[in-house]
Design a protein around this ligand. Sequence first.
Ligand code: G3P
Ligand code: CA
Length: 334
Amino acid sequence: MRDAPLHPPIVIAHRGASGERPEHTIAAYTLAIEQGADFIEPDLVPTKDGVLVARHENNITDTTDVAAHPEFADRRTTRTIDGETMTGWFTEDFTLAELKTLRARERLPRLRPDNVRHDGRFEVPTLAEVIALAQQHTAKTGRRIGIYPETKHPGYFASIGLPIEPALVAQLNAAGWDDADAPVFIQSFEVENLKRLKGMTGVRLIQLIADQGAPADGSYPSYAAMTTPDALRRIAAYAWGIGPAKGLVQPGDGPVTTLVRDAHAAGLGVHPWTFRAENFFLPASLRRGDDPAAHGDLSAEIARFLDLGVDGVFSDFPYAAVRARDAARGRSPE
Ligand code: G3P
Ligand code: CA
């Protein structure tokens, strides 16, 4: 049965238009804006000198050309972050000036071979550059382009003296973005840093909920425990909404869960992730052919979720999300 969205559905460009450009680059964000995205999403990690930059993780081995820089060979190290041990190069070991000498690489070259032609072209952007981009395009287009930053590994970075939240809030304040009317959502998989942020800024906060595991700060025994009606009411005390993995709303072609309805009943908006065009990421009924890299019917998948009443979607392919959203508006009885 269809539920009504609490809010007009928004399109969030997940890591930019990352299906068509290497993720978290100004090129990916710019293309997303040109395709009609309402928000661009920078995941945030700090540099050694405390500057927030857009990377999905602080381990930059797979998404930059750092391994090809002999001057940084001795920075390769092994670290355990949120229980996961990995070897590579990490943003917290590089100053911003050093990081700016690197260039982005496509994360998924086998699924997104067309993007590989952009390897080596784009810098790692700072949060300041992402904010400026959103503001420039707002002025240029008359559309309000927002940002949807995610604090990555906030507990870990606080533990090494590089907390993300103060720098993030200071930059948002400097942009004039300090209340719930600002075109900003801050998201986190952790709970405690969102509760702290509630006391630091008035911008809207999003509690991310994954489909497996548990928050790294130990606040809940599992993400599953955060989806009960009681837990959702507790989340509503500090967050504007939730960002669940899409499988928590509808796993594949399976039955729809009560999560959207329960979240709305708690007063929470719902922004699920991540909607991707490749067959590899789509439910079986929406795949086209056998090639995992070929594109299936992403707009149909997004339409399903919009019909379930979600308040926005994260997509690597904002053009498809905009098309599905605009079509859904045409179907709306309002
Ligand atoms: O932020 C929503 C979604 O992006 C969370 O997953 O791993 O892509 O940052 P991830
Ligand atoms: Ca993210």
